[in-house]
Every structure is written in structure tokens, then in C-alpha cells.
Design a protein around this ligand. Structure first.
Ligand code: SF4
Ligand code: FES
Length: 218
């Protein structure tokens, strides 16, 4: 099986021993096709068991592995390591071009893949953030169905039409991963701003034809 060698540049912070965060370089060798999450799991299992990060499903469903990879918030389990290596190489080449002109090898030199915690949230340890404010804002839009009408039949679900479902379908897909809040400039400027995830959640219920509490959510 083909293998992939990569260097990860991990943002490390242990509140028990570190006064401030530091960067740590780690070399990994993994089967081609591995994700960034699998690279982190490899580090945790074979190199440094103290590396902390969240993950669960490993399939882009649970939303727990949100982190910044090469400066952009995304799901680690949904990011191919090969693609991250290539992106890091291109970003480094651009930095060199912008800095002091490009040496002949600038566009081929490898560069480490930067992995750091989500932004706009306090860091608990390494790649794990405190998402309390994120959850509080989601909760503030009262994210559950609140109909003003009696259920036609208390023993049955409240039905909706296919068109009604199409209107809110994309809002239902939110994984609550926090990636949008991480990279939201408005949230960075004003921490009282609800943030994109809470607005998506509000949209999901405001556009639900069965719901009747739009004014309270907004
Ligand atoms: S809306 Fe935000 S929290 Fe929801 S899936 Fe998209 S990036 Fe994640
Ligand atoms: S581990 Fe569940 S979305 Fe990545």
C-alpha cells in the first residue's frame, strides 16, 4: 500500500504546565487516503498520548472534530491529509513569493500542515475548545418546534408538505461543529453576536410551517 509522509505543526497547550500555547512539529507516515483526523489519532496512539482533540463518528456526521487546518476551520475527519499537505505547500510558496521573491524550488518545497483549535473560543487543552458560549447561543433561539396550534392528533406527528420540507432542509443539515463561528469575523469583532450557527438554527424553525414562535426566536 502506498504511504504518505507528512509533517504536522500542532498547536499545543496544557493549562497545567504551559503559560502559553506553543507549536510542535510531528512527523507521520500513514497509508495514502488517510484523513487529518487519522493523522492525529496516529500521533495520539503511537507518538504522544497526551495530545487532546475531540472526535467521535469519523464520518462527518457528529460535528465533534472541528478544528483549524492550515488556518481554515473544517472537520478533520472530512479533510484528506494529501489535500492538506498540498495546500500547506502552496501557502508556503505564496508566503515566500510575497516575502523575498521565489527561489527556484519555492513551488515544490514541502511545508507542515498546521493544525490548531477553532477560533473565537477559549482553548481548554491542545485542540479542544470550550464551546459553552456556542451552545448557549444555539439554545437562545429556542431550537425546538413550538406550534401555536393544537396537534391534530396527539398520538401522531405533525405532518408537513414536501415543499415545506425543501424550504428548511439545508438548515437541518447543520452538524453544530462550530467551524462557522470559529472563522466568523463579526463574532470576532462582537462576542455578543449570535453567530452563524445560531442563525442557521433559528432559520430552521422560523421557516418551519408548523412553528409559531418566530418573534421569540429573533
Ligand atoms: S452551520 Fe456552522 S455549525 Fe452548522 S455545520 Fe455549518 S459550519 Fe458547522
Ligand atoms: S468525527 Fe464526527 S464529524 Fe468528524
Amino acid at each position: 500500500m502506498a504511504v504518505l509522509r507528512a509533517t504536522l505543526e500542532l498547536r499545543r497547550f496544557d493549562p497545567q504546565t504551559d503559560r502559553e500555547a506553543r507549536w510542535e512539529l510531528v512527523e507521520v507516515t500513514l497509508p495514502e487516503g488517510s484523513t487529518v483526523l487519522e493523522a492525529l489519532m496516529h500521533v495520539q496512539e503511537h507518538i504522544d498520548g497526551s495530545l487532546a482533540f475531540r472526535r467521535s463518528c469519523r464520518h462527518g456526521i457528529c460535528g465533534s472534530c472541528g478544528m483549524r487546518i492550515n488556518g481554515c476551520a473544517r472537520l478533520a475527519c472530512n479533510t484528506q491529509l494529501t489535500a492538506a499537505v498540498e495546500q500547506a505547500r502552496r501557502m508556503a510558496a505564496v508566503r515566500r513569493l510575497a516575502g523575498r521573491g521565489a527561489p527556484a524550488s519555492a513551488d515544490v518545497a514541502p511545508a507542515p500542515v498546521r493544525v490548531e483549535p477553532l477560533g473565537n473560543m477559549p482553548v481548554i487543552k491542545d485542540l479542544i475548545c470550550d464551546m459553552s458560549a456556542f451552545w448557549a447561543k444555539l439554545h437562545a433561539v429556542r431550537p425546538w418546534l413550538q406550534s401555536l396550534q393544537e396537534a391534530p392528533d396527539p398520538d401522531r406527528e405533525r405532518l408537513m408538505t414536501q415543499d415545506d420540507w425543501t424550504t428548511l432542509a439545508e438548515g437541518v443539515l447543520c452538524l453544530e461543529c462550530g467551524c462557522c463561528s470559529s472563522d466568523c469575523c463579526s463574532l470576532e469583532a462582537d462576542e455578543e453576536f449570535a453567530g452563524p450557527a445560531a442563525l442557521v438554527k433559528a432559520y430552521r424553525y422560523v421557516c418551519d410551517a408548523r412553528d409559531g414562535q418566530t418573534h421569540r426566536r429573533l
